[in-house]
Design a protein around this ligand. Structure first.
Ligand SMILES: Nc1ncnc2c1ncn2[C@@H]1O[C@H](COP(=O)(O)OP(=O)(O)OP(=O)(O)O)[C@@H](O)[C@H]1O
Ligand SMILES: Nc1ccn([C@@H]2O[C@H](COP(=O)(O)O)[C@@H](O)[C@H]2O)c(=O)n1
Length: 226
């Protein structure tokens, strides 16, 4: 099979399971594009925060994010995230946005617009790994392969604390659990595995091990399609 054959891989799971790291590397090795949909919700959140809207008011969040001058790249070797031409890669990962993003992503009108943009990017790319919370269930229900990454909250919090250089592991764990709860209990497109997703628990596997598992799954899918 030629390396430019269409291939759509959906990767979902809670925070800190390794979705971004694994999806980016998988895309690079498959010669595919990569889409970080969490970054899109983070940009919408930054835009709403800058507009000073009350994030508990869904109508106000909807209104404030209707015009969202967002540019997101899909090259797995080059991260590009811009809001009105400004590079916001660092700011969207900060505490203010991380603390507010679940409120913004729970607003159905925000999701509708971002899902439409995500589908358009997938259509353009043809061969792509897309990661988020609702990719297998809502955004791309016909994906060729759906993977749901999990890991214990403790493992995820330890990774996040190492990544951010935080000594307060209890606070990081509480934040991880708070976001898990909000993302999985919201009414609009809650975080959950698609019925046909393959679950991979990354608690005890390093990133190379996760990549081995993902490559084996891709080979199975490509074998079936040949
Ligand atoms: N299997 C693994 N073992 C150990 N550390 C890992 C593993 N996978 C990822 N990591 C590390 O965990 C941290 C979080 O990974 P990553 O950002 O890829 O997770 P994520 O699921 O995309 O999180 P979020 O949804 O919050 O963006 C990173 O520092 C990454 O290097
Ligand atoms: N498909 C998605 C992706 C993300 N979200 C929301 O965005 C938050 C940030 O995601 P990260 O992957 O960058 O941590 C996440 O907590 C969700 O609230 C989403 O709803 N759907």
């Amino acid at each position: 099979m030629s390396t430019d054959a269409p291939l759509v891989i959906a990767m979902d799971g809670p925070s800190g399971t390794g979705k971004s790291s694994a999806a980016r590397r998988l895309a690079g090795s498959l010669g595919a594009a990569y889409l970080d949909t969490g970054a899109m919700y983070r940009v919408a959140t930054l835009h709403a925060l800058r507009a000073g809207v009350d994030l508990t008011d869904a109508g106000a969040v909807d209104h404030a994010t209707r015009e969202l001058p967002l540019v997101i790249g899909t090259d797995p070797t080059h991260e590009l995230v811009e809001l009105a031409g400004e590079d916001v890669r660092v700011e969207i990962r900060g505490a203010a946005v991380t603390g507010a993003v679940s409120a913004v992503s729970a607003v159905p009108a925000v999701r509708e617009r971002l899902v439409a943009a995500q589908r358009a990017l997938v259509e353009q790319a043809g061969r792509i790994v897309v990661e988020g919370r609702d990719i297998g269930t809502v955004v791309l229900p016909a994906a060729d392969l759906k993977v749901y990454l999990t890991a214990s909250a403790q493992a995820r919090a330890a990774r996040r604390a190492d990544q951010d250089g935080s000594a307060d592991r209890a606070a990081v764990l509480a934040d991880v659990q708070r976001r898990d709860h909000l993302d999985s209990t919201r009414v609009a497109s809650p975080l959950r595995p698609a019925d046909d997703a393959v679950t991979v628990d990354t608690s005890e596997i390093d990133l190379d091990g996760v990549l081995d598992r993902l490559h084996a799954l891709v080979q199975q899918v490509e074998g079936v399609r040949q």
